[in-house]
Each structure stands twice: as C-alpha cells, then as structure tokens.
Design a protein around this ligand. Structure first.
Ligand code: NDP
Length: 264
C-alpha cells in the first residue's frame, strides 16, 4: 500500500529509543525526512546516523528537553532552518511517575504538566502555522491507556496523560479548518528498554527472573497475554499520519491488546 508519505517531514519528540524511535524508523522506511529530539545527545545522534545510513532520508537530531521552553524553541528553530517546517508532528516524549498525591510536591506536578501537556501545546503552536502553509498536516499525541484506566502508583502520569487527551480533542477542533488532523494514541503495555531495566532492578536477587516478571505483568493485565512491540505501535502512528487516514480526526485510538476494561 502506498501511504503517500514519501518526501514529507516529521518531527518526533523522544525519537531516540522505544516507541519514538520505532515511529522514526517506520517513517524513514516510507521515505519521510525526520527531526528528532531527546536529552541524551550521544544516543540521539547515533540513532540519527543509523537511520540516515539505512534509509537514505535526511535526519536532524537536536538535543532538547521538551519540558523546557528554551529547548523547545531551539528544536523548532533548528527545524525551520533545516526543513522550513514540518508536515507531521508526533508528541511522544514522556515517562511514568510514582508518588502519592498527599506527599508529591508542586514541582513534581509542574514537571509532568510541562513534559506531557505544555510540550505538545508549545510545539503545536510553533509548528502548526507552517503546516497550514504547506497545505495541511498531521499532529499525533502519544498519551496512554492510563489517561482512562489509571494505574494506582502513578497519579500524576494518569492525570497529565488525561489532560493530553483532552488537549488533543480541543486542538483537533481548532485546526480542522487549517487542514491539520489531530488525533491521540493510547497504548497499553509496550516492551521498551525501560520496562526491561525496571524488571531487572525489581527481580535482583529474587527467584523470579526479569523475563518471568514481565510475562506475569502481561498475563495479569493484557488479555492478549503479551506486551506490544514498539513497532506494532509505530504502525498505527504511520497509518494515522498518512492520507489513508484522511477521515480520522479528533479521535482517541487505543492499542492495548484488550487491556482497556470499558468501551469508550
Ligand atoms: P522510552 O523511555 O523508551 O523513550 C522515551 C523517549 O523520550 C526517549 O527518546 C527519551 O530520550 C525521550 N525523552 C524523555 N524525556 C524527555 C524530555 N524531557 N525531553 C525530550 N525527550 C525526552 O519511552 P517509551 O517509548 O516507553 O514511551 C514513549 C511515550 O509512550 C511516552 O510518552 C509514554 O508515556 C508513552 N507510553 C508508553 C507505554 C509503554 O508501555 N512503554 C505505554 C503507554 C504510553 P532521553 O532520555 O535521551 O531524553
């Protein structure tokens, strides 16, 4: 199937590992040029060079912490200088939290608000006008099943991801006249290096291996009985970014192996 993405430009936050990297590689395979950002510059540049070599597309890598206004400005300035703008924006960077509401300080709430919500607000504000000038575009936000079905240990993650879902709906309404389609994706369990690292830490010196620990999590939560691969999630992003998804706008797409316990 020709997705019609060849020659387009996509910006992806957190494109150096996990889901963001899988999306970057899947776009590159379709001939999409990339602007990626992350905090760890070495890992980011390594992946940028690997993608360029493997797929022959242009890849810009910018060290940026998207929870910071000045880093977002540096990212968008570099994008405009290199590509003149983008056709696709993927707000992907994010991470889990662990706290109790009664003891978590304001600064912690502010950090996740900036990372999960304001990064998407600021990048959309900076890049959407250019998308409109290019004839339209696509903005996809990576939230989480936790936006709807909270995990007990991460109330700030659940709350800020729920806000990202609502932001996506509001942005979709505002940008439809500019021919920009906005949607949000809510993944369930996705096997990224971070899960492996956590599993190894939690099983150190225990009888259960880290592999068994992760298998148990999958069995207990996802009816499909396993984690998704980052590539399985990336496939949905690539489809939603393509013209084949031209009627998809203002929606929330779950991709969770049946984990969501209600209909939406
Ligand atoms: P990873 O930890 O594997 O990758 C996160 C990426 O984001 C890395 O490239 C990381 O690079 C970057 N990043 C993290 N913080 C920042 C920051 N402040 N500024 C810029 N870049 C940043 O995460 P996943 O692939 O697992 O998750 C990606 C998204 O998917 C997240 O928003 C997450 O909430 C969501 N998600 C993940 C699920 C899962 O099971 N894995 C399930 C549901 C949703 P660096 O550290 O160098 O900055």
């Amino acid at each position: 199937m020709d997705l019609g993405l060849k020659g387009k430009v996509a910006a992806i936050t957190g494109g150096s590992v996990g889901i963001g990297l899988a999306i970057a590689r899947a776009f590159a395979e379709e001939g999409v040029h990339l602007a990626l950002c992350a905090r760890n510059e070495d890992r980011l540049q390594d992946e940028c060079h690997r993608i360029e070599k493997e797929f022959g597309v242009h890849v810009l890598g910018v060290r940026a912490d998207v929870s910071k206004v000045e880093d977002i400005e540096a990212f968008t300035t570099a994008i405009h200088a290199t590509f003149g703008g983008v056709d696709i924006l993927i707000n992907n960077a994010g991470t889990g939290s662990e706290e109790k509401i009664l003891t978590a300080p304001d600064e912690r709430w502010q950090y996740y608000w900036d990372l999960h919500v304001m990064a998407a607000v600021r990048l959309s504000r900076a890049l959407a006008p250019g998308m409109a000038n290019r004839g339209g575009g696509v903005i996809l936000n990576n939230a989480s099943i936790c936006a709807t079905q909270p995990l007990y240990y991460e109330p700030i993650y659940n709350t800020t991801k729920a806000a990202l879902v609502m932001f996506s709906k509001c942005l979709a309404n505002e940008l439809i006249p500019m021919k920009i389609r906005v949607n949000v994706v809510n993944p369930g369990l996705v096997m990224t290096p971070d899960w492996v690292k956590t599993a190894k830490l939690l099983t150190e010196g225990k009888e259960t291996t880290w592999e068994q620990y992760l298998e148990n999590i999958a069995r207990e939560n996802a009816p499909i009985g396993r984690f998704a691969t980052p590539e399985e999630i990336a496939n949905l992003f690539v489809f939603l970014a393509s013209d084949k998804a031209s009627y998809c706008v203002g929606s929330t797409y779950y991709i969770d192996g049946g984990w969501l316990k209600v209909t939406t």
